[in-house]
Design a protein around this ligand. Structure first.
Ligand code: C2O
Ligand code: CU
Length: 468
C-alpha cells in the first residue's frame, strides 16, 4: 500500500562529523556500509544498504584546499539477502579529481569484512559532488539498495556570494524505487535495459512535503536513479534560476521553466517563494523524458507549502555573475589537440563503448584505453549515440567539461556550466571540451544508466604514462 503523494514530511540527510585526524593532520571520517531495516513506506520495513545504515547517506562538507580521508568499512552481509550476489563495494566520489587509487575504480573492490581508506584532495572549485558505490558488475544493485549520498565542496568564491546558505541550501536527492508487498525493494532491470520504479523518493522520503518561508532557497538537485530521467517543472510554470551544474557554479545564472536531469547529473536551482502567500502549495512535477517508463505518480516529485514564519533574510540574492570556473568554461575549441570519438551502441546484447566492454578492459590486463592525453592536454570528445531508442548519460571521470553542442545546436541554457555527465539523447551527438588536469593514471568513462554500466557500457582512458 503506497502512501498518497504529499503526505510524508520532507527531511534532509544529516551532516557527517569527522572522528579525528589522520597522521597528516587531515580530518578523518569513518563510514560503515551496512544493511538496515528502515521505514520508507509508512507502516512497512524495507531492508536497505546504507552508508552508516542511512539512505541517502550522510552529507560530507569539505573545503577547497583541505584534503580529507574517509575510512570505508564494508560491513555488508556476505550475500545479498534476496538477490544472492556478493556485495563487494568500491566507493566513487563523483565530481572529484581524486587519485586513481581513491577514485572507486570498478575492479578495485572491498569485500564484505574489509576496510579501505580513501583520500580526497578537494582541489577543485566549489561544487555538489556525490559518493556512491561503483563495485564491478553490481554498481546498480548496490546504489539501488541505497549506497549514495551528497558531498559539498565549498571555496572562498562561493562563500563570498550572497546566495542562500545554511538552512536555505537544501539537497534534493531524487530516486525511483519498486517495492514488494512486504516492503522490500524489488529489482527488475528488464534485461539490463533499465529499472523504472513507481515510487519517487526525495532524500529517502516518498513524494514529501516541505514547508518553506517566503524567501529564496537553493536546491542541490541530484538524480541518483538507476535509469529514470526527470524533466522538472513547478506546478505554476514559474522559471527556476539555475546557478550550478555538475562541476559547480555557472558563469551566470540561467532561467528555465523545465529542467531535464539525467542520472548522476547535478543542477543547483534557486526558487523564490517570496511571491506566494501563506498556505500556497507549489508542486515540483516531473513531465518525464522519452524512454523512462512512467506510472500513476511518477509525474509527481514533492510539494512546497508556504508559511509566513519569520526567516533569516541573509543570502537572499542571485548575483548576475557567479563563478566562471575558468578551468573549463574558458576553454576554446582552437586549443584542443585532438578529438576523441566515443560511440555508445548495443552490440550482441551488450551495451558497449566503441564496440568494447569493461570485460574487454579486464581481459586486456587493464591496458585498453579509448584515449591517452598528456597531463594538461585539451581535447574535444564527440559522443555519439547509435543505440536507437535509448538515452545515455555519459560520465567521464576526473575532468570537468563544457558542452559545445548537441547535434550541432547550442546546449540548453541550464547546461551552460561545468559538467561531468552529458545527457546524450536518442540519436544525438554531443561535443564537449575538457582539459585532462590534476592527476595522471587510468580513469573510467561509462553510461550512468547503471544496468547499462554493469552490462557493460564502461571503458577507460589514461592521462600521461601508465603507472603501475
Ligand atoms: Cu557516478 Cu563512474 O560514476
Ligand atoms: Cu546507457
Amino acid at each position: 500500500k503506497l502512501p498518497k503523494p504529499y503526505t510524508v514530511p520532507f527531511a534532509v540527510p544529516p551532516v557527517l562529523a569527522p572522528i579525528g585526524t589522520t597522521d597528516q593532520g587531515e580530518p578523518l571520517y569513518e563510514i560503515r556500509q551496512r544493511a538496515a531495516s528502515v521505514e520508507i513506506l509508512p507502516g512497512l520495513k524495507t531492508t536497505i544498504f546504507g552508508y552508516n545504515g542511512l539512505t541517502p547517506g550522510p552529507t560530507i562538507k569539505a573545503q577547497r584546499g583541505r584534503p580529507i580521508a574517509v575510512r570505508m568499512i564494508n560491513d555488508l552481509p556476505p550475500t545479498h539477502p534476496q538477490w544472492r550476489y556478493t556485495p563487494w563495494t568500491s566507493c566513487h566520489l563523483h565530481g572529484s579529481a581524486s587519485k586513481p587509487q581513491y577514485d572507486g575504480y570498478a575492479s578495485d573492490i572491498t569485500q564484505p569484512g574489509e576496510v579501505k581508506t580513501y583520500r580526497y584532495p578537494n582541489i577543485q572549485d566549489a561544487r555538489t559532488l556525490w559518493y556512491h558505490d561503483h563495485g564491478v558488475h553490481h554498481t546498480a544493485e548496490n546504489a539501488y539498495m541505497g549506497l549514495a549520498a551528497q558531498y559539498h565542496l565549498t571555496d572562498a568564491v562561493e562563500a563570498a556570494l550572497p546566495i542562500p546558505k545554511g538552512d536555505y541550501d537544501v539537497p534534493l536527492i531524487l530516486v525511483d524505487k519498486m517495492f514488494g508487498a512486504d516492503g522490500n525493494l524489488m529489482y527488475d532491470d528488464a534485461g539490463h535495459s533499465g529499472l523504472w520504479g513507481d515510487v519517487i523518493l526525495v532524500n529517502g522520503r516518498p513524494w514529501p512535503v516541505m514547508t518553506v518561508a517566503k524567501r529564496k532557497y537553493r536546491f542541490r538537485i541530484l538524480n541518483a536513479s538507476l535509469s529514470r530521467g526527470f524533466r522538472l517543472q513547478l506546478s505554476d510554470a514559474v522559471p527556476m534560476t539555475v546557478i550550478g551544474t555538475d562541476g559547480g557554479l555557472m558563469p551566470a545564472p540561467q532561467q528555465t521553466v523545465q529542467l531535464r536531469i539525467g542520472m548522476a547529473e547535478r543542477y543547483e536551482v534557486v526558487i523564490d517563494f517570496a511571491r506566494y502567500k501563506k498556505g500556497d502549495k507549489i508542486e515540483l512535477r516531473n513531465l518525464g523524458v522519452p524512454n523512462s517508463t512512467d506510472y500513476d505518480n511518477t509525474g509527481k516529485v514533492m510539494r512546497f507549502e508556504v508559511t509566513d514564519d519569520p526567516f533569516d533574510p541573509a543570502g537572499n540574492e542571485v548575483p548576475a555573475v557567479l563563478n566562471p570556473n575558468m578551468e573549463v568554461m574558458g576553454l576554446l575549441p582552437a586549443q584542443a589537440k585532438a578529438t576523441t570519438k566515443i560511440e555508445v551502441v548495443r552490440k550482441n546484447g551488450l551495451w558497449t563503448i566503441n564496440g568494447t566492454t569493461w570485460e574487454d578492459v579486464i581481459e586486456s590486463g587493464y591496458k585498453k584505453v579509448v584515449a591517452n592525453p598528456e597531463l594538461d592536454e585539451i581535447q574535444i570528445w564527440e559522443i555519439k549515440n547509435s543505440s536507437g531508442g535509448w538515452f545515455h548519460p555519459v560520465h567521464i571521470h576526473l575532468v570537468d567539461f563544457q558542452i559545445l553542442d548537441r547535434n550541432g545546436k547550442p546546449p540548453f541554457a541550464f547546461e551552460k556550466g561545468p559538467k561531468d555527465v552529458a545527457y546524450v539523447g536518442e540519436n544525438e551527438t554531443v561535443r564537449a571540451i575538457m582539459k585532462f588536469t590534476h592527476q595522471t593514471g587510468r580513469y573510467m568513462i561509462h553510461c550512468h544508466n547503471l544496468p547499462h554500466e554493469d552490462h557493460d557500457m564502461m571503458t577507460q582512458f589514461r592521462v600521461g604514462d601508465d603507472t603501475p
